[in-house]
Design a binder for this molecule. Sequence first.
Ligand SMILES: [Zn+2]
Length: 154
Amino acid sequence: MSGDLAESGDLVHLARAVELSRHCPPSETAFSVGAVIVGADGEVLAEGYSREVDAHNHAEEAALGKLPAGDPRLRTATVYSSLEPCGQRASRPRTCAELIIAAGVPRVVVAWREPDLFVTACQGTAMLTAAGVEVVELPELAAQAREVNAHLLG
Ligand SMILES: [Zn+2]
C-alpha cells in the first residue's frame, strides 16, 4: 500500500472515531472521545466511545473490551482515537496507553492532543512511543474532535 492510500484510510477511520465521540453521554468533567480499532486488512474490529459501558469508561477501553484478550489481530491493528490515549487517570488503575500497550497494538492514530485541563502534561503519547508504539497525529481532524468538547474548553 502506498503512503497516500494509507493516509486516506487513516483519515476515514479517524473521522469515524470523531463521529463516535458525538454519541458519548454528556459530562462536565470528562472528555467525549471516540475510538475505532482496525485490523491490518482494513477491517473494523471494534468501536467504542467514552462512557459507553459505564460512567468511567474511556473510548479506547470500551473498544478494546469488545475483543477477546490476546486477540492476535490486535498485534497488527491500529487504534484510532479522537483524543490522545490517556497516560494518567483517576478513575481506573490502568490508563488507555497501558491497555493499548498490553494488547500489543503497534500503531495509534489521534486527532487531538489532550489539553492540560483535567490532568497536567498528559503522558499518553510519550508512554506509547517509549513502548515502541507508532503514534501518528492527524491535525486535519483536531478541530472536529475539539468541537465535541467545546463546552469543557470554555
Ligand atoms: Zn483513557
